[in-house]
Design a protein around this ligand. Structure first.
Ligand SMILES: Cc1cc2nc3c(=O)[nH]c(=O)nc-3n(C[C@H](O)[C@H](O)[C@H](O)COP(=O)(O)O)c2cc1C
Length: 220
C-alpha cells in the first residue's frame, strides 16, 4: 500500500496492515488539509478507547491554522512537522474529569445499558474515590488514558490514509501558557497528523523474549 493512497479506499484496511504500516512521519505535504468533519470523525473513533471507570479524561486542542502552528513551532523545538502537518492535536488530560461522571453515567442509563440506581451509586462511589485520591494518582490516570486514546487516534488516522507522529519534545509549560490552557488540564503529547511527503524511517523492536515474561519477572 502506498502512503499517498486516498483515504476512501483505505477505510476497510485490515487491522494488521494498519499496525504494521504506521510509522512516525516527520515530513508532511503542507498542501493537504484534513476537513473538520474528518478530524471530528477520527477523534470520535479514537475516543472509543478504554479509560479508567470510563471517565474519559482526555481532551483535545486541535491546532490547524497556519498562525497557531507557527506559534507552536518554537515551543516544539522547531520540529517542522508541526507546521507542515494538516493539524496538530494536543492531547490533554482533564484533572477534574470526575465532574463528567454524572453526564457519562447518565448517558449509559439513557442508552439502556444500566439502571438509574446503579449509575447513581457508581457516580457516588467514583466521586468519593477521586476526592480522596492524591493529585498525583489522578494525573497518572490521565496520562494512562491519554496514552491509550493517542495510540488509537494514530491507528484510526493510518486506517484512513493519514500519517502521524507523537511528539513529546516540546516545552509543556510554554505550551500551556501560549495556548492559555488552565491548570485544570495537563498536557500529555502533541500528535501531528497529515499526509506523508516522505515515509517514516523503518524502526526496530526488541524481541518479545526481551520484553515479556511468563508468570515471573526476570531476576536481572
Ligand atoms: C511519547 C512519545 C514522544 C515522542 N516524541 C517525539 C518527538 O518529539 N519528535 C519526534 O520526531 N518523534 C517523537 N516520537 C516518535 C518516536 O521517535 C517513534 O515512535 C519511535 O522512534 C518509533 O518509531 P515508529 O513510531 O515509526 O515506529 C515520540 C514518541 C512517543 C511515544
Amino acid at each position: 500500500m502506498s502512503i499517498s493512497q486516498p483515504s476512501q479506499t483505505m477505510e476497510h484496511q485490515p487491522f494488521f496492515d494498519v499496525i504494521q504500516e504506521r510509522r512516525s512521519v516527520r515530513s508532511y505535504n503542507p498542501e493537504v488539509k484534513i476537513s473538520r468533519e474528518e478530524l471530528v470523525e477520527i477523534l470520535r473513533q479514537a475516543t472509543l478507547a478504554p479509560s479508567a471507570a470510563n471517565l474519559q479524561p482526555w481532551r483535545f486542542l486541535v491546532i490547524d491554522t497556519p498562525e497557531l502552528k507557527q506559534k507552536l513551532l518554537p515551543i516544539a523545538f522547531n520540529q517542522q512537522q508541526v507546521v507542515e502537518a494538516s493539524a496538530v492535536v494536543a492531547v490533554l488530560g482533564d484533572l477534574e474529569n470526575i465532574r463528567m461522571a454524572e453526564k457519562i453515567y447518565g448517558q449509559a442509563v439513557e442508552a439502556g445499558f444500566m439502571p438509574a440506581d446503579t449509575a447513581k451509586s457508581m457516580v457516588e462511589h467514583y466521586t468519593g474515590m477521586y476526592s480522596s485520591m492524591p493529585p498525583e494518582a489522578i494525573r497518572q490516570i490521565a496520562y494512562t488514558d491519554g496514552g491509550l486514546v493517542s495510540m488509537q487516534l494514530m491507528l484510526v488516522a493510518r486506517a484512513k490514509g493519514y500519517d502521524t507522529v507523537p511528539i513529546g519534545g516540546y516545552d509543556k509549560q510554554k505550551f500551556m501558557e501560549t495556548f492559555r490552557i488552565s491548570e485544570r488540564y495537563t498536557s500529555i503529547m502533541l500528535i501531528a497528523i497529515g499526509k506523508a511527503a516522505k515515509p517514516g524511517h523503518p524502526t526496530v523492536r526488541l524481541a518479545v523474549d526481551d520484553v515479556a515474561f511468563f508468570n515471573e519477572m526476570s531476576k536481572e
